[in-house]
Design a protein around this ligand. Structure first.
Ligand code: NIG
Ligand code: FE
Length: 422
């Protein structure tokens, strides 16, 4: 038997792209007018070798570099973009909360349900009871949902375990999902997502457990790249969140924060003070906090799917953030409660219609800026030589159609590391 490894086998081209949206540019998050510069090659083509982008250019240039017999994919005059990078998801959870969805439809609010013992805690009960194998099966199903929407990289948080064993179980499932599916998963430890029932009224004791037992184990087993905290006055206030994040930084983790989701309560200012990588949500962030984020270089991760899904109209002030020079990121916040949304095209549509971002700003925020926020800018988020061949052939010939045709469009083909995955 001969194992052939000829150049034509691991090399192929994608040609006839009406717009090849490369997002090529400086090797850092894009701000202000840069967010509208997509570096589009009209009538472009891509050369892929060994799962990486080898060249980008006009069709003729790429064909000239293509080995004889190599495969050529005809994009049929469609638009091609980098795969979406979804920088805020809660990938791993058991069950769902369709019952709470129905309650919200009849007027009960997300926060009222949480105060009544539902919400995050109801998912914690089910996730604790599930085996690691069951959770892996669920996470793999979710991975298919992401890939079908054109997402090739996600950040994935724990946070439905809230005890040492269950938090580790969830993070191991994230690791296994990355090993067993084409979806690149960056793990985040969110042990401080809520105070579990057995610690009710003893928040400080739970914070100690997170710092003294969970974090050391997460770090020792290298189960997470980032640590996140749900910072709200009635959950983990600024002081508690600050203690956890300081400890996480000492343990070598990057920092992300659920901040100012329901009130302007210092979460964004804490992110700035600690030099966190991101501050996420920010629905209620004020101008002073935006200025603090800008001077500290913290990236805001905006989650319009969760605003929409809880039936709120209070979207984060994306325009003010872009004007202040913040490198905005868009993500789904995929989770069973506040955001049962795995689709980045839906999030892009909400960003455009509800937060008045332009389609170009939306694409930047959901690709290269998101990759930067995860420390993956040299690997994915744009189509430039040397990067992973993560790309999407969309229906339509103009990138503006991605947010415009809400709910009708599914990517035509999705590739991760040069392999077709959807
Ligand atoms: O980002 N705000 C806290 N966490 C999630 C909601 C999780 C849930 O409802 O299960 C969020 O919105
Ligand atoms: Fe979240």
């Amino acid at each position: 038997m001969t194992i052939s490894n000829s150049a034509s086998e691991n090399t192929f081209a994608v040609v006839n792209c009406s717009q090849l949206v490369t997002l090529a540019g400086p090797d850092r998050p894009r701000v202000r007018a840069e967010m509208r510069e997509l570096a589009i090659v009209d009538n472009g083509a891509l050369l892929i070798r060994d799962g990486k982008v080898a060249a980008v250019g006009a069709r003729g240039e790429i064909e000239a570099q293509l080995p004889k017999d190599a495969q050529m994919i005809d994009a049929g005059g469609r638009v091609v973009t980098p795969g979406f990078v979804d920088a805020h998801t809660h990938l791993v959870f058991a069950g769902n909360r369709a019952d709470e969805f129905e309650m919200r439809c009849s007027g009960i609010t997300y926060q009222e349900i949480a105060r009544g013992g539902g919400g995050i805690l109801s998912t914690v009960r089910r996730t604790r009871a599930a085996t690691e194998d069951e959770l892996l099966g669920i996470a793999q199903k979710h991975a298919v949902w992401f890939l079908r929407g054109g997402t090739t990289t996600i950040e994935a948080k724990s946070g439905y375990g809230l005890n040492v064993d269950a938090e580790m179980k969830i993070l191991r499932v994230v690791r296994q999902t990355w090993k067993t599916t084409p979806l690149r998963c960056v793990p985040t430890f969110l042990g401080a997502h809520e105070v579990p029932e057995e610690f009710r009224g003893r928040t400080e004791a739970y914070v100690n457990l997170v710092i003294e037992e969970m974090l050391p184990q997460v770090a020792a087993e290298k189960l997470a790249a980032f640590c996140d905290v749900f910072c709200e006055p009635h959950i983990f206030d600024q002081q508690a969140a600050g203690r956890i994040l300081e400890a996480a930084r000492l343990a070598g983790l990057g920092l992300r924060i659920h901040a100012d989701q329901f009130s302007c309560s210092g979460g964004a200012r804490l992110a700035a003070k600690l030099g966190a990588r991101t501050a996420d949500h920010l629905e209620h962030t004020d101008d002073a906090s935006i200025a603090a984020l800008a001077s500290a270089g913290v990236q805001p991760v905006l989650l319009p799917g969760s605003v929409y899904s809880i039936g709120s109209r209070h979207y984060p002030p994306a325009r003010a953030m872009i004007d202040a020079g913040l490198a905005v990121v868009l993500a789904t916040d995929f989770n069973p409660g506040s955001s049962p949304v795995a689709s980045m095209p839906v999030v892009l549509s909400l960003a455009c219609t509800q937060m008045k971002m332009t389609p170009a700003e939306g694409l930047t925020a959901s690709t290269i800026n998101a990759a930067c926020s995860l420390g993956l800018a040299d690997e994915t988020g744009s189509l430039e030589p040397g990067k992973s061949a993560d790309f999407v052939i969309h229906e339509g010939s103009d990138y503006r159609e991605i947010p415009y045709f809400l709910g009708t469009q599914r990517p035509m083909m999705v590739f991760a590391r040069g392999e077709r995955v959807a």
